[in-house]
Design a protein around this ligand. Sequence first.
Ligand code: CP
Length: 317
Amino acid sequence: MKHLLAIDELDREQIETLLERAESFAEVTRRDIKKVPTLRGQTVVTLFYESSTRTSSSFELAAKRLSADVVSVKASGSSVDKGESLKDTVETLSAYDPAAIVIRHPYAGAARMLTEWVGASVVNAGDGMHQHPSQALLDVFTLRGRLGSLEGRNIWIVGDVLHSRVARSNIEAFTMMGAKVTVCGPPTLIPRGIEATGCEVRHSLDDLEQADVVYLLRMQRERMGENFVPSIREYARLFQVNSRRLGPRQLVMHPGPVNRGIEIGSDVIDSSQSLIADQVTSGLAVRMAILYELLTRGGQDPVTSTPEDPVPIGEPA
Ligand code: CP
């Protein structure tokens, strides 16, 4: 695997391998010294044209924990503000000979375009409304950690599916791992023809009790050029998931950032049924596994120290 661009370019075996690798890295993150020398001497560039807290920080930390050198560029405040094109920006950063470029961009297909321009591995950290594959992988990892397996589980994805790259990636990943996926939201926020991806569609929360897992999506008001719902208050009345709508055995997920009191009640965010904090924790181990898979070719075991390791595990790299 040279690039990570979309979930439908992976098969179940590749996902299983990545998640097993992530288990090893999760163990590393619980050690006193959390760094391994695996990517020492390699450079990882993170290039974000859209806002991010979780994805940008966890890819940066993942690369550092693997001992890579990291160059982090946010479009805002960079020469993009002076009109530099994506291609020129990427070619400029390629002068540092990066092993990987992690990119978030508002246009679907931007990450794939990079693969034509650079020799580095490219990781899609979110391209427009298209894909967010590392989010889907960390969500599968989180759920397996809680449920053991996704086989036969009912997962409801509720909210603004239309504008959500997370929904597109997660429907594919959850289905591939054996779950039954239902998407739910007002008709204006459900893409036409989405049933072709193998999910069911609902336009009310009346049958929410069928769900083992309720995966909530943020109302992406920054991507809404027109009125998709009569009002946010009306949307919250019909689709907000709060403790009154949730049974005691149901789990709740959200990719973040949340709109408290809109798609999700504060009582749920802070409850023991919420996996939101676990999702953030998983993001680090899963993104370490992604960088490892892309940047090593049958090299050393990333976790177990070997005599060939330039820096033994347990010592600062
Ligand atoms: N889930 C997610 O992509 O969050 P950020 O926008 O904070 O990276």
